[in-house]
Write a protein that binds this ligand. Sequence first.
Ligand SMILES: O=C(O)CCC(=O)C(=O)O
Ligand SMILES: [Fe+2]
Length: 531
Amino acid sequence: ELFTAISEVEPLLETHKRIIDDLDDYIQKEENRIIALKKHLSVYKQEHEKAMEDIPNYLGNPINAFTLIKRLTVDLDFIEESIKIGTEYIKNITMNHSDVKYPTLEDLNGAAHALTRLQETYHLDVKELAEGMLNGVTYSTPMSAGDCYELGRALYNEKDYKNSLAWMMVAINKFKEENKPYIFDEVDILEYISFAHYLLGDIKSAMAWTKQLLQLNPNHKRALGNIPHYQKAIREQEAKEKKQQRGDMGDDDQKHRSSGTGEISEYLKERQSYELLCRGEMDVPSEIAKRLHCKYLFDTHPFLKIAPIKMEYMYFQPDIVVFHQVMSDDEIKFIQESAKPRFKRAVVHDPRTGALTPAPYRISKSAWLRDDESPIVARVSRRVGHMTGLSLDTAEELQVVNYGIGGHYEPHFDFARRDENAFKKFHGNRIATILFYMSDVAQGGATVFTKLGLSLFPIKGAAAFWLNLHPSGEGDLATRHAACPVLRGSKWVSNKWLHQGGQELLKPCDLEYQAEAIIRQIPRPVPKTSR
Ligand SMILES: O=C(O)CCC(=O)C(=O)O
Ligand SMILES: [Fe+2]
């Protein structure tokens, strides 16, 4: 699962270099071998010509008879042996070395999925992507027909036929333009295109592409077999459409039934604001925006009297703030290096069982760092106390996260719902989140609050802070948030989650608030984030 963290993809460059060196060496040896073989061949040809000019005379010469026999015994053995050595040698190269890392087919599929996630979230054009461009700017070498074909194949195998088809269409155009040798040919691409159309329910297109395939290869067995099948399906589809047209007159009931359930539209609504926010196309409401400001924070801890913290309000009710310059480059480097060897694919709590499992909606690698393992980690925790005025006594360890190719975390709450038994080992629920940004991100990777319409774009060394719970202890549903897929760059964050235990005197729960949490309509006063 190398694809789940960029830091784990980095060592693949070492593997890449190894392949370059091995292949260079192989080609050098192979060229020498070919030169030797060519010399043999030319001797064979020359001698053969001479022999054919006058066969009896040629073979009458005992030397010629001897050399002919030699060429067909010992020399032939040499040729055979040298070809065998070549294939053995290349076998050794393609066999995995144990001292470098190799990605798996799972990684290839993960990377393929990531590309489509990016393409869909950021409205990227497949043709532009294939040219190595993002929003009109070139960032990488263009993809070859082979790259596009493999990507299309990976998506096809993952049953994502729509995106598979989009990439196969680019593959076929590039294939015709490039005119390069590949292990696949135009017929193979056409077969994927036809079948993807079929699986997407567009049987007429499937038929048209299959006919194109048969023009190139009239004996293609599978394509020939599919034609009657498609013809039958088209007839059935047309009959169904006709029946539906007749039935539709006045069948209002049908229309209501197909309008979908409320649950789906709620999901789609969230998805829509998530994507808009990820692209930075949504602003916070103007009545909030006009009150946003920055200030120096110097009263949550006496220490701040001499070193106040820069605090920027990003939202009110719930209050979301960003503290600037609260983690130094050296601290970041140390934390990254400590986390790397312990990285595991990030897991989520299964809401039914509370068990930890990896999920496709959270693609990253993470590790936990304890305060007592390094004064640097402890110093960062202490700083969280200074910034928030809250107790760290019941906090979780520092969770360090690196997102992989297209890495993301879909909308979620940081607190546990009442029916989840996720946080039983902690003192109460997650009252607050402090999210340190340990890198800038070239493109994408924002933290977005889907209910609020707020996007926070990572700034290295800054930290976002918000309370997840109402003062009553009820989870604040407005804190629903997500990590957008990383479009370009590597995103590092660390989370410090504070729990309710130990905050009783610092953030007393309020009976009025408790009532408010139940009767949500009552507007509540702006709670002070700092004290
Ligand atoms: O990485 C981010 O921007 C948010 C991460 C997050 O929400 C989490 O880890 O719970
Ligand atoms: Fe979160």
